[in-house]
Design a protein around this ligand. Structure first.
Ligand code: CMP
Length: 137
């Protein structure tokens, strides 16, 4: 179980949230739900409906499309942001490549945060641009 203080320190180190005030980070730490997955567990599948995004606190996940592993994401990175932004199905399958601890944020909570804090949409754009740049053709 991650303490509130640990959550706040973790969130401060996540690019998306690094600009938020301590007060706001404390608020996010209250609404973010801690979830754990054992190594090898499929967290969700390509084509699923998606209503939340995940921040990796510990461990790593593979992003898999068809039978191809696109990338491995590690601590302080997020996944699941695309489906909550465009309401389309999940674009890839996510598999825990180690035991993973994540913080999960619902679409509703994330939209409220984006409305209040303009650094968050900017941060999401940075994440998406970085992923686009790293796409291998
Ligand atoms: P989403 O489409 O909700 O679910 C699958 C997730 O995999 C997606 O959000 C991103 O978080 C992640 N993802 C998909 N494609 C890539 C990629 N090329 N590089 C990094 N992450 C990706």
């Amino acid at each position: 179980m991650i303490s509130t203080l640990e959550k706040i320190i973790f969130l401060k180190g996540v690019e998306l949230f690094s600009q938020l005030s301590g007060e706001k980070l404390a608020q996010v730490s209250q609404i973010a739900k801690e979830v754990e997955f054992d190594r090898g567990k499929k967290i969700f599948s390509e084509g699923d409906a998606g209503n939340s995004l995940f921040l990796i606190v510990r461990g790593s996940v593979d992003v898999v499309k068809g039978d191809r592993r696109l990338v491995t994401l590690g601590e302080k990175e997020c996944f699941g942001e695309m489906a909550i932004l465009d309401s389309e199905p999940r674009s890839a399958t996510i598999v825990a490549s180690a035991d993973v601890v994540c913080l999960e944020l619902s679409r509703e909570d994330f939209y409220e945060l984006m409305a209040d804090e303009h650094e968050i949409p900017q941060g999401i754009i940075k994440v998406l641009v970085r992923r686009l740049r790293n796409v291998k053709t």
